[in-house]
Design a protein around this ligand. Sequence first.
Ligand code: ADP
Length: 444
Amino acid sequence: MKQQINIRLGLVSLIAIVTTVISITLIYYNLFQQQVRNDLKETTLLLAETKVFQNPGLSGKKTNGTSEDFKSGKFRITWINEEGTVLFDNDAEISKMTNHLDRPEIQAALKYGYGESTRHSDTMNMDTFYYALLLDNHTILRLSTQARTIGSILVTALPVIILIVIIILLGCILIGHLLTRQLMKPLEEMAGNLDGSSGSPVYKELEPFMTTIRSQHEDILAAVKSRQDFTANISHELKTPISAISGYAELIETRMVDAETSIYIAGQIRHNAARLLSLVTDIIQLSELDHWELPRSFETTDLLAAARECVANLKPMAAQKSINLSCSGIPAAINAEPRLIRELIDNLVQNGIRYNKEKGSVDVSVSILDSHPILSVKDTGIGIPADQQDRVFERFYRVDKSRSRETGGTGLGLAIVKHIAQIHSAEISLHSVPGKGTQIRVRF
Ligand code: ADP
């Protein structure tokens, strides 16, 4: 970034310098040309007023004038008669001079009384300016002078221009370097202070950027922490049934138990193995749901049909606790992954049975409200205390640990429900009164 700022600053300065030099030179050269023309005209008029060129005796090359005088910026004076013959020239031998009638300034002077022209000499890199004036005696007085072309002025000034450009460029690089350092400092400080412990950013334009970065940073930290917690919880949860199985197996191994106890132990091993299996199944299910990027095979699914299927499967479980399990409602089509929807309903209904009272009831119903399909699972169970209603959707959170374990709960059921609802953009609402019952509604 620093390098880019330096390069751009240098480039902008270079363009600015070159444009300034060119435009100043052009303006200056234009003024200079105008000045030369004016001087030429003024001097010609002045010279004409002296009446020197009325005198027919003045002819031939003036002896004290030399080419060197002319070149060093002085005027060349030429006097020409109406036929174009040169009568006098202060710089050349008139006998060697050709007829001047074809010169544009002479033509113009004969026609309009005066004439101007400029001729360029590539070999000398000079412009020659002419001013011709028609005198009263019908002769023409012409003055000319030479001035350097714009190209030659630029070439002469080039070393100075290059020197200035180099100095300014070096200055720009230095300023650019200092500026970027100053500009970057708060950003670097900000990068080292993502947890937001010290103040707001120096640039208020960066406030939204920083807020986003900080909240993303917090999200990442929270995700890492929840993952670490989850892993620690998994290890802990798995340890309990594995230790139990291993302990019971040891008892059998040491032949310390009679036949009747062995049967009890076998039952305990089976119970713990089943617990282990449901734990592992739920963990696998959750980790699969965690992968949002997995392609989902969504299809039109009837919520009522899915609910009926789950209720039918869980009837035996409900019957064991003498719980009346029912399903009612109207068909409601949703775009969903059927396997996940069945998993969601299963978890909710199982909870309704597990945390219920003897001879209680669980009602599953499907309705449509404001064109949103709604699944409701309502039980007459023990309910959830108000202060824990938000937490039951956390992984491994249980209101009553022992009851959950006894009934085969893993503490992951509602976390899975929440995840599946998120995948289907559905909203969950929980209404529960301790001692009376719980109703969980999923709005698709
Ligand atoms: P678990 O496998 O322990 O049931 P869940 O994630 O399904 O785990 O539920 C978390 C906790 O929420 C449960 O341990 C239980 O205390 C409470 N809970 C869930 N559903 C109900 C319900 N229908 N009635 C009363 N308490 C419930």
